[in-house]
Write a protein that binds this ligand. Structure first.
Ligand SMILES: [Fe+2]
Length: 233
């Protein structure tokens, strides 16, 4: 596949399907790059859970709110509103905090510092309020999270935790969230067309880099990248 496959003149339905397939491949590559939990030390396992919590606890609702502010179509607004409603009503940040505490992995200043630069890059990106690009980033994130949950749950189990509400809930509900966000993406494309493939995947790549900081802070990072994969596959 080359960049020309993603010509912005391609009809939205075909284009959307290709982009979704590309996002799925990016998620697969990212999951394949995860270390084996049994090969991580207790401190490394704690670090992954702590950095994940440092990022997600205070930022997921913020990013989704940015998507809500950025989109132009009523359909997208309703989809994102439903997602936010669930996050707030069921107190997902509280669920995540309980998960981290039970695994003895509540984030410290050092954990927050380890992800701060890459987190800031994502914050600056969402602050530009480009609906189609933020929605694609969030669709990627929902798709990643639901398949990341079994890894995260295993890390917590190996830390002696039996608290699995967060990982159970997100391993199930985010399947529907991902599909809904791809619908929002399709609705936004004609209203806010990106300039190029690199432009379209900017948020996905920034978030990918942040996830790699969460997972591989003490290890060498893999070189998974949505945009570079686009030009070489
Ligand atoms: Fe959530």
């Amino acid at each position: 596949m080359t960049s020309s496959t993603f010509s912005l003149q391609t009809p939205i339905s075909a284009h959307g399907v290709l982009i979704q397939a590309h996002i799925e491949r990016t998620i697969n590559d990212l999951l394949t790059s995860l270390p084996k939990p049994q090969h991580l030390s207790a401190d490394q396992r704690r670090g992954v859970i702590a950095r994940y919590t440092a990022v997600l606890e205070g930022n997921f609702i913020y990013w989704m709110t940015a998507a809500y502010l950025a989109v132009k179509s009523e359909e997208s607004r309703l989809i994102i509103q439903g997602n936010l409603h669930e996050e707030v009503r069921d107190c997902h940040p509280g669920m995540l905090r309980r998960f981290a505490v039970a695994a003895h992995a509540a984030p410290t200043d050092s954990d927050a510092l380890a992800v701060s630069r890459d987190l800031m890059n994502v914050r600056l990106f969402v602050g530009r309020l480009s609906g189609v690009r933020v929605v694609l980033m969030m669709a990627f994130f929902e798709g990643f999270i639901q398949r990341f949950m079994s890894f995260l749950a295993e890390l917590a189990e190996r830390q002696g935790s039996v608290e699995q509400e967060y990982t159970n809930v997100h391993g199930v509900c985010d399947v529907a969230h991902e599909q809904e966000l791809f619908r929002a993406f399709a609705a936004e494309m004609p209203l806010d067309p990106p300039k190029s493939a690199a432009d379209l995947f900017e948020g996905v790549d920034l978030l990918l880099t942040l996830i790699q900081s969460i997972v591989h802070s003490n290890h060498s990072r893999s070189s998974v990248s949505a945009c570079s994969a686009l030009t070489t596959t």
